[in-house]
Design a protein around this ligand. Structure first.
Ligand SMILES: Cc1cc2nc3c(=O)[nH]c(=O)nc-3n(C[C@H](O)[C@H](O)[C@H](O)COP(=O)(O)OP(=O)(O)OC[C@H]3O[C@@H](n4cnc5c(N)ncnc54)[C@H](O)[C@@H]3O)c2cc1C
Length: 439
């Protein structure tokens, strides 16, 4: 751990060295700010870190980098290498009559869907080309599909693709406008070397820019406002900073603030609905059905993808990384043992004999995918809180729950850039003590 200078005043202290914290630190430090980045974990990366398993880089559950995130990554000097996975080779219908596997080609050309259903599917896809979908922000996906996609089969197919691009399995809650915006930008990359390679590049750029990064340091309290914000660390140390960006989640951020926000001020943070997934990550020596590399559950929330069919993830020529996942329900209870059983049963179905090929496996029962599903009730993407904390000049937030641009890692990047720009703008235009922002 590098020692930090706790005598002087920092221009910005950033809480959390995931994608958002690292990105914000680069923008600020490149503009000449004195930046301290604090990470409570042992290493930077947060949820975007990968783990080395049997010599392979394995993400924390299936990760695909949306191409819409690339311009910001490039701006901070990060150039992920990788390739686009092929479209799902098949859909699995669990159904009452037992499981049926249908390829996409069969869906369009075979008799699984009747002519009317095929037309509905094509009409839904054509509707994605509408440029302005903001009128659907407050409409739930379920309501939208009930009107436009009467066939249950077709609705299942659409919902499988929605889960794939948003990780959300709550059509009654999620905003149809947000879903359509995300489906329009559905091109992704599987990143060579796992997302850890993005974290390595971000960390390197951050250090080149002069950021002081400390891991294993947990922030406990943030007191006051600009220009003299006191940051208390676990263990008793205190720091002073002009600005603070918290990339901890919404509830963790609220818990840090002293004095606390009022209930009315907290409401936009407390209304956010988190999304979780159960993840079975495998390192295998090939798979019994090697041509089956990507399968989605149609009427069940399952995902299977052999990421090594697309990206370079291991130096060991025979080892491949396979991600199997269940999108967890937002409401109600999920039982990790049942979830794991469902995922292994899916593997038994699509890759019979898979256990003989497995070198390592890891089950992550409840991974937080995003802090904020864009719900219809909050008006979709634009209903998320902005980077400024109201009536707390100098205190900002960033992460996958902040701001109106994009979803998942894209919004972490966009909100980090926005929070950094706001700090720089306030430094340029206001005299200390005159701050009115966020009110
Ligand atoms: C299974 C899974 C699949 C996903 N798939 C995709 C995908 O395909 N595409 C996509 O774009 N995104 C995906 N994501 C989401 C993506 O990983 C996250 O949106 C992104 O990594 C969030 O970055 P962040 O910096 O906002 O938050 P985090 O990564 O959560 O970083 C916050 C950091 O703050 C630290 N911290 C918290 N509190 C404190 C404190 N008090 N003091 C110091 N440090 C603190 C934490 O330790 C953490 O490192 C997926 C996530 C999961 C779990």
């Amino acid at each position: 751990m590098r020692h930090y200078d706790n005598e002087s005043v920092w221009d910005a202290v950033i809480i959390g060295a995931g994608i958002a914290g690292l990105t914000a630190s680069i923008y600020l430090a490149r503009a000449g700010q004195k930046v301290l980045l604090l990470e409570k974990g042992a290493h930077p990366g947060g949820r975007a870190a990968s783990t080395e398993l049997a010599g392979a880089q394995v993400n924390l559950g299936a990760h695909a980098l949306n191409r819409s995130a690339l311009p910001i990554l490039r701006e901070v000097g990060v150039h992920p290498a990788g390739a686009a996975p092929k479209l799902p080779g098949g859909l699995v219908f669990a159904g009452e009559r037992g499981s049926i596997n249908v390829s996409l080609l069969q869906l369009l050309l075979g008799s699984f869907l009747n002519v009317r259903e095929k037309c509905q599917l094509l009409a839904f896809y054509r509707s994605l080309n509408k440029s302005d979908v903001s009128f659907l922000n407050r409409v739930s996906l379920q309501e939208h599909l009930e009107t436009w996609v009467p066939s249950l089969h077709v609705r299942h197919i659409v919902l499988a693709l929605v889960r794939l691009s948003t990780y959300c399995d709550a059509p009654d809650l999620i905003s149809a406008g947000a879903v359509i915006s995300q489906l329009k930008q559905s091109q992704v990359l599987y990143v060579n070397g796992g997302w850890q390679s993005v974290i390595h590049q971000l960390t390197w750029q951050s250090q080149q820019a002069g950021v002081t990064l400390l891991s294993g340091v947990s922030v406990q309290e943030v007191i006051g406002i600009r220009p003299q914000i006191q940051v208390n660390l676990k263990g008793g140390s205190q720091l002073i900073s002009r600005n603070v960006i918290s990339t901890a989640g919404p509830r963790s951020t609220l818990a840090l603030l002293n004095p606390a926000l009022t209930p009315a001020e907290e409401a936009p943070y407390r209304q956010l609905v988190p999304v979780y997934a159960a993840c079975l990550d495998l390192v295998v020596t090939g798979m019994p059905r090697s041509r089956t590399t990507f399968v989605l559950g149609a009427d069940a929330p399952w995902y299977f993808s052999n990421h090594s069919a697309t990206a370079l993830l291991s130096n060991h020529s025979e080892h491949q990384v396979v991600h199997v996942m269940k999108y967890l329900p937002v409401k109600g209870h999920s039982d990790p043992r049942e979830d794991q059983h469902e995922l292994t049963a899916l593997l038994d179905n699509i890759q019979p004999g898979w256990t003989k090929h497995t070198v390592r496996q890891r089950f992550l029962p409840r991974m937080l995918v995003t802090h904020a599903m864009p719900t219809a009730a909050m008006g979709g993407l634009s209903g998320r809180p902005g980077p400024m904390v109201k009536r707390r000049p100098g205190i900002y937030v960033a992460g996958d729950w902040v701001g109106s641009e994009g979803m998942l890692a894209h919004v972490s990047l966009a909100s980090a850039r926005e929070a950094a720009r706001m700090i720089l703008a306030s430094t340029d235009t206001k005299t200390e003590g005159e701050e009115e922002d966020g009110t």
